[in-house]
Design a protein around this ligand. Structure first.
Ligand SMILES: Cc1ncc(COP(=O)(O)O)c(C=O)c1O
Length: 430
């Protein structure tokens, strides 16, 4: 394959979206999005913009920004179940343009260029662009393997830390997990926090973007970094945004959450939030229409409604996968994914036909090193007309795993895609 023709500037998810635009029959389950709330619950909320005033399209004032941060901090503290001095105040959170920007702000404020951080994999591929591209932080991956159930252990964290010189500045966690769709076991997390905070100088950055996305009654209860014991005000930081839990990914609205004065000072003094801003229109929409609606009760009532919708969608998608004997990792209990185990089909997909240069641009993911995974991905796209996200785009250390997002389309489309996928896999005869 001629890799020089690959558009490296696109993320794997953007690539599948562009591929889908050129192939209208394709169902794209590769992108992490959530359509469960908009039509039924949010269309009315965001539909009415008629009372926009000139102040809503001017630069955001400090007072409006503080109002947003205070209101969001109250909502998030309630959702996290934080009490007493663990509750977040408006001064502990900073609104920026998405969780990507929040992670970048944390990298800029905690690390110096050339520093490294530990990152368990598989994980969201965007950590690379948030942490590495501009902050110039090296990612030291902690590969978690299917044979060990992709389990994050204290032993693996210690091993990665011990073999890294100079010592890493932070451990980066995703909880709930993308793509594994689990909440980390609180006991395991506790042991990791204890070791990191007591035995090293590392910070912990917890990406909690999926934390309201809880499916049914999860096996492990989600515990936020701010509710964790032990805890360090100066070295524990988190990020959350509206993209996934409230299905408004295009708004690019997220928060840095930290009580570390030095980190807050650096973000503020270097005006990072002005460079990756939470702009006035977004604030009009999210603060005025969502966070403050019915004195804050609307969004609080929306969370259990969303969790019910999420659980229904999950159940129907799971039935379709089970009916067709498509295997996946564990039982998803949070976030929005099935982590499909298609390893038995590796090496069975036929060679792809010769492609036009135009087709080549969006057809394959150059991040996928394993030729068999690449071929299987291409086969699924061509034969089933379904796009999944191949695991090696998410730094999965073993080939054959694919992420299926079950919330990015209405259920009929998701189940149709699963049926088409099943038919295509059956044709491979494994
Ligand atoms: C774990 C994780 N963090 C961050 C992001 C990006 O969030 P945002 O769109 O708010 O920048 C994603 C998006 O897929 C994600 O899965």
């Amino acid at each position: 394959m001629n890799l020089s023709m690959m558009p490296y500037h696109l993320s794997p998810e953007e690539r599948t979206t562009l591929y889908g635009n050129q192939n209208p029959n394709m169902i794209n389950l590769a992108v992490a999005e959530n359509v469960l709330l908009f039509e039924k619950y949010l269309k009315n909320v965001f539909g009415d913009c008629s009372n926009l005033s000139v102040s809503d399209v001017k630069y955001v004032t400090a007072a409006t920004f503080e109002d947003l941060q205070r209101t969001a901090a109250e909502f998030l503290s309630d959702s996290y179940g934080l009490t007493g001095d663990r509750r977040l105040g408006g001064e502990d959170i900073i609104g920026v343009s998405g969780v990507s920007a929040a992670l970048e702000c944390l990298a800029f404020s905690i690390c110096e260029p050339g520093d490294s951080v530990l990152l368990p994999t598989p994980c969201w591929q965007g950590f690379e662009w948030c942490l590495s591209y501009r902050p110039n932080v090296r990612l030291i991956k902690i590969p978690l393997y299917p044979a060990e159930g992709f389990e994050l252990t204290l032993k693996a964290v210690i091993a990665a830390y011990s073999s890294t010189e100079p010592k890493p500045r932070a451990l980066v966690l995703t909880n709930p997990h993308n793509p594994l769709s689990i909440n980390y076991d609180p006991a395991v997390l506790r042991s990791i926090y204890e070791w990191v905070l007591n035995q090293t100088d590392m910070h912990i950055i917890s990406d909690e973007i999926y934390f309201h996305s809880q499916v049914g009654v999860p096996r492990h209860k989600f515990v936020s970094a701010f509710a964790m014991e032990p805890y360090s005000k100066d070295r524990v930081h988190a990020a959350w945004g509206f993209a996934k839990d409230f299905g408004v990914s295009g708004f690019k609205a997220g928060f840095v959450m930290t009580r570390a004065q030095a980190v807050l000072n650096k973000i503020k003094s270097q005006r990072m939030a002005s460079l990756s801003p939470f702009d006035s229109l977004k604030i009009f929409m999210l603060l005025g229409k969502l966070l403050k609606r019915d004195s804050g009760q609307f969004i609080r009532r929306l969370v259990p409604v969303y969790q019910k919708e999420l659980t229904n969608q999950f159940t129907l998608a799971k039935q379709a996968l089970d009916r067709n004997g498509i295997k996946y990792f564990g039982t998803p209990e949070a976030a929005q994914f099935f982590w499909l185990d298609l390893t038995k089909y590796l090496g069975r997909a036929p060679d792809a036909p010769v492609m036009s240069a135009k087709e080549m641009r969006f057809w394959a993911h150059p991040e996928v090193e394993d030729e068999r995974e690449r071929k299987l991905d291409a086969y699924i796209k061509r034969r089933a007309e379904v796009a999944l996200l191949p695991g090696q785009t998410m730094f999965c250390p073993a080939p054959g795993w694919f992420r299926l997002c079950f919330t990015c389309e209405e259920i009929d489309k998701v189940t149709e895609a699963i049926q088409r996928l099943a038919n295509a896999l059956k044709a491979l005869g494994a």
